[in-house]
Write a protein that binds this ligand. Structure first.
Ligand SMILES: Cc1cc2nc3c(=O)[nH]c(=O)nc-3n(C[C@H](O)[C@H](O)[C@H](O)COP(=O)(O)OP(=O)(O)OC[C@H]3O[C@@H](n4cnc5c(N)ncnc54)[C@H](O)[C@@H]3O)c2cc1C
Length: 432
């Protein structure tokens, strides 16, 4: 009899943790697990702001799938369609012909993508903050802008270079802005003629609050802290246009910038709508409390792409965050195994514990089980919590080393933006 094949689409939080548990608990020859992901690594997203700020080496916040999932098959490339009717998925490797993958059991975990609005100029001039590539690019870009500003006599070029705009006041936007501002404020002492007062950092948020994840009081406190640091926090304001990097806000203000970061929310990955999966009006895969797709007994979904019922808040669904994703993966793996073995599945149930956010070196905010923390204790909690959650002993140790070294040596202030065009110098030499 053929060995059953479990296909996991996406090797992020849900995908990697599901595969890890399956490879640990499956008996030899019981099933073959295949993980298909665009990248060959899992990204620990809560550490992206610290990676952008240079407090953690970028390579240390990603986990190589081939190393940790050494008993799974890893495919690097894009899944373009998943079908339940014939239990097949279409896969495009990064190079070479596309192939069709047949499966017996399916786990959908492609996560989410940035939710863009039809703002003129946004798609051409903005950058998101969801991937390690974006975090590295943003770090190089911000330091590169300081270089530009310090090297030009033109006040207009300088003003543009030193204006940084972030749209979206959730944890991704607030943490990214706060960490990068902290880094730039520290770095500018090495750039002649630039002080913190020359820089303009703007946070644009459509609603009347930021950081909803830590509750209204802590959100207000965070806004006040950011303002005291000289950051403009503009609530009830929307980005109306960004054509030619000319920013137009809904309150009527207009200015130019070289840096526009869009972190105004996420939406379920569109891949879930590319086949015949059951999808709700918000584009999430419909699943029951055991994370089984409606109408099937062999397909599952969890994480940012799925509407998993929150049994601790009847009638509601789990919000898209890492805390749920990791815990859902554990139950999901057990339910896949139970299905394989003809045993009963169990529902996912977890009460959201709260959130921790870093706002720069030694600064943070947290709300855990209703307890509010601010400043250094919250920052310490953020680091401790995420370090314990970071997969593998190897990565934990490397991150701890980065932090320890950071206490004794100044941060790196070099922009390696040229890394995006590695052949430029060689091509110029060939032409001269
Ligand atoms: C900057 C930032 C900070 C955050 N901080 C926190 C935090 O402090 N606390 C918290 O709880 N949550 C946080 N989150 C949210 C958290 O990271 C997500 O909720 C979590 O990653 C969701 O897990 P997932 O498995 O559903 O998706 P992901 O972890 O995003 O994994 C999806 C995977 O699918 C792959 N994929 C996508 N499309 C395809 C395709 N077509 N074919 C193959 N593979 C594909 C992707 O490459 C990716 O590896 C943060 C997010 C960001 C962006």
């Amino acid at each position: 009899m053929a060995v059953p094949r479990i296909l996991i689409v996406g090797g992020g939080y849900v995908g990697m943790y599901t595969a890890l548990r399956l490879q640990r608990r499956l008996r030899r020859g019981e099933a073959l697990v295949t993980v298909a992901d665009l990248d060959s690594y899992m990204t620990y997203q809560p550490f992206l702001p610290e990676a952008a700020a240079g407090s953690i080496e970028a390579r240390h916040v990603v986990v190589p799938l081939r190393r940790v999932l050494n008993r799974c098959q890893i495919l690097s490339g894009r899944i373009t369609q998943v079908r339940l009717a014939d239990r097949k998925a279409e896969f495009e490797p990064h190079e070479g012909p596309a192939l069709t993958i047949a499966y017996d059991y399916l786990v959908m975990a492609p996560g989410s993508i940035s939710r863009l609005l039809p703002v003129p100029g946004l798609a051409d001039n903005g950058i998101g903050f969801k991937t390690i590539e974006e975090a590295i690019a943003l770090r190089n870009h911000v330091l590169g802008r300081l270089d530009v500003a310090a090297s030009t006599p033109d006040p207009e070029v300088r003003r543009r270079a030193l204006t940084f705009v972030f749209v979206g006041g959730g944890y991704a936007g607030v943490e990214a802005l706060a960490e990068l501002e902290d880094m730039a404020a520290d770095a500018c002492k090495y750039f002649e003629g630039i002080s913190r007062a020359d820089m303009r950092w703007v946070l644009v948020e459509a609603t009347d609050r930021i950081l909803p994840e830590v509750g209204p009081d802590m959100g207000r406190w965070t806004a006040q802290q950011l303002r005291e640091r000289g950051i403009e926090v503009r609530m009830k304001t929307m980005l109306k246009s960004a054509e030619g990097c000319h920013i137009v806000l809904s309150d009527g203000e207009e200015f130019d910038t070289d840096t526009l970061v869009w972190t105004a929310g996420v939406k379920p990955h569109p891949l879930v709508r590319a086949g015949d999966l059951p999808v709700d009006e918000k584009g999430r895969v419909r699943v029951d409390a055991a994370m089984r797709m409606h109408g099937t007994d062999f397909a599952f979904a969890a994480g940012d792409c799925a509407a998993v019922p929150d049994l601790t808040r009847p009638g509601e669904f789990c919000p898209p965050n890492a805390q749920h994703a990791v815990r859902q993966a554990k139950t999901l793996a057990d339910n896949v195994l139970a299905t394989l073995r003809g045993q009963p599945r169990r529902p996912y149930r977890h009460k959201y514990a709260g959130s921790v956010a870093s706002l720069g070196l030694y600064k943070g905010v947290a709300q855990i089980y209703g307890r509010e923390l601010r400043g250094f204790p919250a920052w310490f909690m953020h680091r401790t919590y995420h370090l314990t959650r970071m997969p593998t002993f190897n990565k934990k140790t490397r991150i701890l080393m980065d932090w320890t070294l950071g206490m004794f040596f100044p941060r790196e202030i070099v922009s390696l933006g040229a890394i995006e065009e590695p052949r430029k110098e060689f091509t110029l030499s060939a032409r001269s």
